[in-house]
Every structure is written in C-alpha cells, then in structure tokens.
Unconditional design. Structure first.
Length: 143
C-alpha cells in the first residue's frame, strides 16, 4: 500500500504559477535511440530497417540543437533556437489555464499540448485520441 502511494507521488504534477516561470528555461529531449526506434517502427521489415537507421541519426542531431525559452510579462515568450551555427529568435504567447496547465502557442490559446510542473521541471503533455494527457519525453529545465 505504501509503495503504491509513493509511486503516485513520483509523477505528481503541481499547478504552474506565473511567478515560477520567470527567467530562462532550456528544452531537454529525454529519449534515446531505442525510444525513437519504437516510435517510428511498424511491423514490416522495412519499418524495422528504417527505424534502426534513422533513430541514431535523429538523436545525434538533437544533441546539436539548443532551445531556450524566456517567459516574459504579458504572456510573451521568447524562444531562441541555436542549431548548426545559426541562431533564430521567435516570439510566442503563453498562458495558464484554470487547471494550472501552461499553454504555449502562437496565439496563447489552448491546443492539444500543455506543460505541467513536475519536480521543478516543466514537462510536456499531449492529448491522446481519448482525450487523456500522455506524458512526452520533452521538458524545460530552469537555467
């Protein structure tokens, strides 16, 4: 019984609060080649060969991409992407819905992705076909 209670608390989400967002956050992709291969693999031999070849390539590319997000006043978000020697800055909007979930988008309005606070990290969640949120392998870490 105690183990079940502890397991529930391991992935418990806290409400996102505006005061906790201020500052710069780094995007972290938390998966490896096996995770990627499983995502893109299908049951055919071609799917298996493709996933095996591509997954290592993708992981190596992601290691060379630096994405930073700075939450600013008035729901503005500055996203800086540095990839292969090029730097690009884009401005997005952020908001916190009534459930305490962070929404990042071009309009600041709800879509199928939200971010929830877990142990000081902002973790991405995506709504699945049944309307449930599925934890993604991407999170933001305060710098």
């Amino acid at each position: 019984m105690l183990a079940a209670i502890l397991a529930l608390n391991v992935h418990a989400q806290d409400r996102v609060k505006e005061r906790d967002l201020k500052g710069e956050w780094k995007m972290v992709f938390d998966f490896d080649e096996d995770d990627l291969a499983e995502e893109i693999e299908d049951e055919s031999i071609f799917g298996w060969m493709f996933s095996d070849a591509v997954s290592g390539f993708v992981v190596n590319i992601l290691e060379d991409i630096d994405i930073r997000m700075e939450f600013m006043d008035n729901g503005r978000l500055r996203m800086t992407v540095i990839a292969f020697g090029d730097k690009e800055v884009e401005y997005l909007k952020w908001s916190i819905n009534r459930d305490g979930e962070l929404i990042i988008s071009e309009s600041g309005k709800y879509d199928d992705d939200v971010w929830m606070m877990e142990e000081g990290k902002l973790v991405a969640y995506e709504k699945d076909s049944r309307g449930n949120f599925e934890r993604q392998q991407v999170y933001l870490l305060r710098q």
